[in-house]
Design a protein around this ligand. Structure first.
Ligand SMILES: Nc1ncnc2c1ncn2[C@@H]1O[C@H](COP(=O)(O)OP(=O)(O)OP(=O)(O)O)[C@@H](O)[C@H]1O
Ligand SMILES: [Mg+2]
Length: 264
């Protein structure tokens, strides 16, 4: 199985041996594009919640977003199907399905030319060729982790495996853990932040444990798109995560210039 049509994505800097994540991918109208893979081998950690809310958050900022659903459960496609027409649009691809008869895989996986962010919702327990394809085609991997010792232990092993595959493939996507379903004052959360600090994993964001996520999914929205004041704290959480992703992208874009300056 092949991932979406990477051959069509031109790179701004060629002819030098940069690490792939240091090469800025641009879209077909010449603007930067960031590919974000949401993945964790463990079921129920919040992959779909994170992927769909990220899409809604970015679209509400006026960005052109594409959502690739690789999970045969089709949960993020179902969320997109519920999204009202008045809300900012998101391009959806049911990547878990075979292309319709008469169509090619690359036609099915095509992106609108102006796409600025690609979000991939991966299934639990993904492995083999699909895992390799997904890692190869990501600039950033976000790993949602629940605040429990068992989940943290599983996530740590998963991240080690991810890094090993990345080295095999010669790609180094940036990793960010997203602590999900967090109750900030609990001991479980405090031990989680402590443990993450000890293993040196970057924390890209923290999402509260709140029914707002359940209400949002019912109407094809992100929590930031809920009209209620109850989601104020969640908007802050999303600004934080959005800022982390923007800094990642900016660092990636700055890198070749720094190399050029160092060589001058
Ligand atoms: N921050 C949160 N606050 C409250 N509920 C949440 C939160 N994140 C996820 N949930 C709930 O937890 C459940 C699992 O979340 P989700 O479907 O996003 O996980 P997943 O990792 O995609 O699962 P799967 O492995 O089955 O694809 C859902 O019912 C979702 O509404
Ligand atoms: Mg899911």
């Amino acid at each position: 199985m092949t991932h979406y049509d990477i051959q069509d994505w031109r790179r701004t800097y060629t002819g030098r041996a940069f690490e792939p994540r240091d090469l800025q991918i641009i879209n077909r109208i010449g603007n930067p594009m960031q590919r974000i893979l949401v993945m964790n081998s463990k079921g129920g950690s919040g992959k779909t919640t994170l992927a769909t809310n990220l899409c809604g958050y970015l679209a509400s900022k006026g960005e052109q977003v594409a959502l690739f659903d690789y999970d045969p459960q089709g949960s993020s496609s179902h969320w997109l199907g519920r999204r009202a027409e008045q809300l900012p649009p998101i391009h959806g691809v049911e990547a878990f399905r075979a292309p319709p008869s008469g169509a090619t895989r690359s036609w099915q996986m095509r992106l609108p030319p102006e796409t600025e962010r690609v979000i991939v919702d991966a299934p639990a327990g993904v492995g083999g060729v699909l895992l390799m394809d997904l890692i190869r085609s990501a600039d950033v991997v976000l790993v949602p982790v629940l605040p429990s010792p068992i989940d943290l232990h599983a996530a740590r092993n998963f991240i080690i495996e991810l890094q090993r595959h990345g080295r095999q493939l010669g790609v180094v996507p940036q990793l960010g853990v997203v602590a999900n379903r967090v109750r900030r004052r609990t001991r479980a959360y405090q031990s989680m932040t402590h443990a993450l600090g000890e293993v040196g994993l970057p924390v890209a964001g923290v999402l509260r444990d709140t029914q707002n996520y359940v209400h949002a999914v019912e109407s094809g929205r992100a929590v930031v798109e809920l009209p209620s004041r109850a989601a104020r704290q969640d908007r802050c959480d999303w600004e934080h995560l959005g800022g982390w992703l923007d800094r990642e992208q900016a660092a990636c874009m700055a890198y070749p210039e720094e190399v050029k300056r160092a060589q001058a």
